[in-house]
Write a protein that binds this ligand. Structure first.
Ligand code: F6R
Length: 603
């Protein structure tokens, strides 16, 4: 996830671009840059810095760059580490085109190869640079037509901002899969990834849809589809206060991030195969055991991963708290894989557990969200989730993305070990592609979940119960609730209830069951009945249409039917919403809960 902004008008573009970048910093903050067309329009000046927008700001302070047309970018690294070379904007070979990009070009290697054959040299490791060279290569007297031609060659998701010395009176914005809006001003127009970036200059907005292009001059905005057909769209007048707009209209970052999951799940599914799969799996196929080390939510993801890895790759898996693992006399050898899971890639316990195990001869693999984080640099191999920055302290979108990667990891390892065929992998990969739609439909039930949440704001304790693959989701549901609402909650395997926790149940105890129609459904049903017999309040997450569970429960939240093994990825979503709404009803600071930090770099 990155932020882009562009300006064309009568004023100096530089301060306007910097202001826009500051409003988009939540989208990424590892490097930033601007490109401005010099007044005569014959040269594009590009300036970049590694670090936050304020570093770029300070760097530009004495440079006195001026121009009325420009684009800018704040980066959250995906392809290539955060360096000046990889920072945007990217220039074409002869400096005629500058481009900023948010998204991923999936076929960039192919495009790069054919451009290199034509003599183009690349100065970055990004997937973006190919677009600048392609436009320069294909340009024939008309920038818009060239951009239209180039979009046909690009696969993946992108929002682009483009300026050119060929036609210095134009700024072009393109959207396919990544957000882009046009800000319509008086004698000036803007593009941006999100509304806050333009609010200072205009409140008249045109949000672009997928497969749309905007051609901006200082006086005019022309909208077209990818076939070049002109479109008319209504201008939206926003009355937003900037602080709300930063959360894109959501009350909290946590709520926004819960709602981003259809996109982050989709990005992580497609991002998986863009990684160095051959290098990772050819080296890992002969390992004899795996220990997952992680903390908090990432630990829960590891517990689900264990089921998938043992089932498909047939390798024994242990899952350990990083803070426990590193202090015991664990046994590893060169056939042991230590698999560290960490959103931030900076959690001290996870890092030091991995470093220690590596020293003792184990192989190490990190699954992180933050590109360039310590864990990603210190491990032998890295896999990524593609979520963009997670700002809410409670992990939400990164958890579901971790599950997606763990599932694909298990399958890919099985394929490399000859346990499933490439065709079977592809089939299961394709099954994942419906998950964004499933999650989307759960998010549509938010109002209903909010009503349920209201009924439980007075509870002092909660139990979360489930079996099998969904048992870690009970743990995660309980963690979400306690960390943001400060209500005591415990997660348990449902079958363990009768060995102790059942003593807690009375008419004041809400018990959340995750009870999808999977192979353990009948067993979970018996546990629901046991709670009902003791007058506990039952809140069930059940498969759509399941009347039996509904009749036994005080509240039922339906989730769509999916493959048994994929339920954990979707069943957590209603629990995230339930916790969120209980906490907001209680007036808690959900984005920054007391005593917690997003990244725990202390041991
Ligand atoms: C819970 C939460 C924490 C983190 C834990 C590990 O919502 O956010 O429990 O999961 O601190 O953090 P990472 O994944 O960054 O290592």
């Amino acid at each position: 996830m990155c932020g882009i902004v562009g300006y064309i008008g009568k004023r100096n573009a530089v301060p306007i671009l910097l202001y826009g970048l500051q409003r988009l910093e939540y989208r990424g903050y590892d490097s930033a840059g601007i490109a401005v067309l010099e007044k005569e329009g014959t040269k594009i000046i590009v300036e970049k810095q590694v670090g936050k927008i304020k570093d770029l700001h300070e760097y530009l302070w004495n440079k006195k760059i001026e121009g009325n047309v420009g684009i800018a970018h704040t980066r959250w690294a995906t392809h290539g580490p955060p360096t000046i070379e990889n920072a945007h904007p990217h220039l074409s070979q002869r400096g005629t085109i500058a481009i900023v990009h948010n998204g991923i070009i999936e076929n960039y290697l192919e495009l790069k190869e054919s451009l290199e054959k034509k003599g183009f040299r690349f100065s970055s490791e990004t997937d973006t640079e190919v677009i600048a060279h392609l436009i320069e290569d294909e340009y024939e007297k008309d920038l818009l037509n060239t951009v239209l031609k180039v979009t046909k060659k690009l696969e993946g998701a992108y929002a682009l901002g483009i300026i050119s010395t060929y036609e210095p009176d134009k700024l072009i914005g393109v959207r396919k899969g990544s957000p882009l809006i046009v800000g319509v001003g008086k004698d000036e127009n803007l593009i941006a990834s999100d509304i806050p970036a333009v609010l200072e200059y205009t409140k008249d907005i045109i949000p672009l849809d997928d497969n749309e292009i905007a051609v901006l001059t200082a006086k005019d905005v022309k909208l077209l589809d990818f076939q070049g057909k002109q479109k008319e769209k209504k201008i939206l007048h926003v009355t937003w206060d900037i602080s709300i707009a930063e959360k894109s209209g959501f009350k909290h970052f946590m709520q926004k991030e819960i709602h981003e999951q259809p996109r982050t799940i989709a990005d992580t599914i497609t991002g998986f195969s863009s990684q160095d799969i051959e290098k990772i799996f050819s080296k890992l196929k002969d390992i004899s055991r795996i220990t997952v080390v992680a903390c908090g939510t990432s630990f829960h993801a590891g517990l689900v991963g264990k089921f998938w890895i043992e089932k498909y790759a047939k390798i024994p898996v242990e899952v350990d708290y990083a803070s426990e693992f590193r202090y015991r006399d664990y046994i590893v050898d060169d056939k042991t894989l230590i698999f560290g899971i960490s959103q931030s890639g900076e959690t001290a316990d996870t890092r030091f557990a991995m470093l220690d195990a590596k020293k003792k001869g184990a192989k190490t693999l990190a699954l992180v969200n933050v590109v360039g984080s310590s864990l990603s640099r210190e491990s032998d191999f890295v896999l990524y989730t593609y979520c963009g920055p997670e700002i809410g302290v409670a992990a939400t979108k990164t958890f579901t993305a971790q599950l997606v990667v763990l599932y694909l990891f298990a399958l890919k390892l099985a394929e490399y070990r000859g346990l499933i065929s490439e065709k079977e992998f592809d089939q299961k990969y394709r099954n994942l592609l419906h998950l964004p739609t499933v999650v989307e439909s759960i998010l549509k039930e938010e109002k209903e979940i909010k009503n349920i949440a209201y009924n439980y704001t007075k509870a002092d304790d909660f139990l979360f119960l489930a079996r099998g693959l969904n048992y870690p989701i009970a743990l995660e549901g309980a963690l979400k609730l306690k960390e943001i609402s400060y209500i005591h909650a415990e997660g348990y395997p449902a079958g363990e209830m009768k060995h102790g926790p059942i003593a807690l149940i009375d008419e004041n105890m809400p018990v959340v069951f995750i009870a999808p129609k999977d192979s353990l459904y009948e067993k979970t049903l018996s546990n629901i009945q046991e709670v009902k017999a003791r007058k506990g309040k039952i809140i069930s997450i059940a498969t759509k249409g399941d009347k039996v569970v509904k009749d036994l429960s005080d509240e039922t939240i339906y989730i769509p039917k999916t493959k048994d093994e994929l339920y954990p990825i979707v069943s957590i979503v209603p629990l995230q919403l339930l916790s969120y709404h209980i906490a907001t009803f209680l007036g808690k600071d959900v984005d920054q809960p007391r005593n917690l930090a997003k990244t725990v770099t202390v041991e």
